[in-house]
Design a protein around this ligand. Structure first.
Ligand SMILES: [Zn+2]
Length: 225
């Protein structure tokens, strides 16, 4: 949806919608189902998918329950809720383990500062991003971040993390450190990997790390940043 104009954190959208739904006539036991549908709507990849979810929701739920969603996020935006960027960014690009809202908001802030306008289309903003090479700027910001000076000794001691120190966030280092610690337990190669580090953060899990060999930064950055 290159005409998307919403550049807001989906977490905040969901939170605001959930607050309104709590006060609506929808019975409590259906509220989590409603929020599941809202989340599905956020994940829509095309406008057709988006409209199908919304149509289905309009049939399922009372009007007062849908009104905030419609007034705030659908009708006010040319009749179509434009999907949020952040979800797609987090899902498909390396996020260096950022999982709390504050780093996301900080990243969001620098993104907006870089594109100079909070309501430009996705297409126009992407052009500005490329122009200013914001992705490499963000990497530099991470490496300059003061948090890197307070790294625990356990991280410094892990040979596997050598290449990543000061290059990725401390949050990511901690996640990978945990994966390295789990390697000591051993694992069965036949059992499929169910580690959360990979799908959630796009970081290497214990099945990807070779003991004693520094993890390369390149595969992480190639994933998108
Ligand atoms: Zn794994």
């Amino acid at each position: 949806m290159p005409s998307s104009r919403v550049q807001i954190c989906r977490w905040h959208i969901w939170r605001n919608i959930a607050k309104k739904v709590e006060k609506s006539s929808l019975p409590k036991n259906q509220q989590s189902e409603f929020m599941d549908d809202v989340k599905n709507m956020t994940f829509s990849k095309t406008e057709d998918d988006l409209r199908a979810v919304i149509d289905n929701m309009s049939l399922k739920y009372p009007a007062d329950c849908m009104s905030y969603l419609k007034d705030q996020w659908l009708d006010s935006l040319d009749g179509v809720m434009k999907k949020c960027w952040l979800e797609q960014h987090i899902k498909h690009n390396t996020n260096f383990g950022f999982s709390t809202t504050s780093p996301v908001e900080a990243s969001h802030h620098s993104l907006k500062a870089g594109i100079l306008c909070a309501s430009a289309t996705l297409h126009a903003s992407a052009l500005r991003l490329l122009e200013h090479d914001l992705w490499s700027q963000q990497l530099k910001d991470i490496s300059k971040s003061r948090e890197n000076f307070r790294l625990p000794l356990s991280i410094h001691r892990k040979i596997e993390l050598t290449n990543l120190i000061t290059r990725v966030s401390v949050g990511a280092l901690r996640i990978i450190e945990k994966e390295i610690s789990k390697m000591a337990d051993g694992y069965d190669l036949e059992t499929p990997c169910k580690c959360t580090a990979k799908p959630r953060f796009l970081l290497p899990c214990r099945h990807d790390i070779i003991p004693g060999r520094p993890i390369l930064l390149a595969p992480l950055t190639l994933a998108g940043v």
